[in-house]
Design a protein around this ligand. Sequence first.
Ligand code: SAJ
Length: 406
Amino acid sequence: MINVIGLGYIGLPTALMFAKSGIEVIGSDYNEDLVELLFQGKLTIEEEGLEELFKNAVENGVKFTTEYQKTDTYIIAVPTPYINSSKKIDPKYVISAVNSVLDVCEKGVILIIESTISPGSIDRYVRPEIVKRGFVLGKDVHLVHAPERIIPGNMIYELEHNSRTIGSDEPEIGEKVKELYANFCKAEIVVTDIRSAEMSKVVENTYRDINIAFANELAKICRTDNLDVYEIIRIANKHPRVNILQPGPGVGGHCISVDPWFLVGDYPDLTNLILTARKINDSMPTHVLGRIRDIMRKHNIKDISKIGLYGLAYKENVDDTRESPTLQLLKRMDEHLAFGVKVYDPFIKTRIVEHQFMNFEDFLNEIEILVIMTAHEHIKNNMDLIKEKIVLDTKNICTFDGTYKL
Ligand code: SAJ
């Protein structure tokens, strides 16, 4: 039996996948409300294919509880926030989950950490905790780092089809865990050591951050010379060895905008490129603000409440607002005492910011300038409704002429 600890964006779909493939799974989370909802058959996140997977897993007997279970295999998928001031990881949830496992587990347990951690975290924070409790590593407890790679919006498909990394310092344990994941993962599963697994996970997200930063820098360069950055990237990408990503209003989410900071925090003297990329991506909400100011001047609009931001989620078709560019933009406006901008996101059903609308048409009726911050399908399907507005399209999705771009 596997006990999956942490039933959030990663833990829940992973637990369900294992259950679907016929393995006995119990999911544990200390959040009683979350467990109660899951117990009642209600999902807490929206994700393509998740409902069906959930039904399947329930039929196969998956259970949810606030208690940790006595078993021989655990998967820890708890959040790993970073400390803003030092840019280092805050391992408190991982440490506490490890300790709770040690309270109940069998001897010889396999403890798999899926949460993203900064390189060296297992040596620094996890091993000492286990040793302190009198357990012998490699005998009583076998540690594994199996970082996830799935992308919100396509998680279920990617759980099955993405290649995975299993990090273990005991090769036979690595192979055993590889076999376990092969129950649902149909792609290549690479076994390596723990430190390489930790580093490769953070490197993957850092690579994407740098590539997006390059696109964002190009957008700024092209803006000053009135060139179409999208056309330039489209042409450049025809080259067989060029693959530039797309510029946007900033980089959000809990992964790409966070993981590179782990490297900056741990290797401050060596991370020039990585730090610069982070700064470029973090500067994009301010760039959008500058574009809004230009457009307001051009159209002689002085009233901030005539501006509407479309999208609160950090990216298209998800309901996740962590580190979202829109929230970053609102924070900057707030710092400059610019209040009153209106906001709408069809995926966000509770009020999380001021002047947030719950109805799209009401929102449109109140504004003159529409700033598209997130490229949800919803707005792509409603282009007719926005044609009369002055549109700043930061995601390059508008299909009609006359829109302003980044
Ligand atoms: N973005 C751009 N331009 C692009 C692509 C993305 O501005 O061309 C922005 C998005 O709008 C969003 C942010 O970047 O604000 C991040 O979105 P994303 O779709 O690139 O990635 P995440 O954060 O949803 O998921 C990433 C993925 N990592 C990589 O692609 C290397 C995913 O595979 C990881 O599992 C996930 O991080 C994670 O949990 O680490």
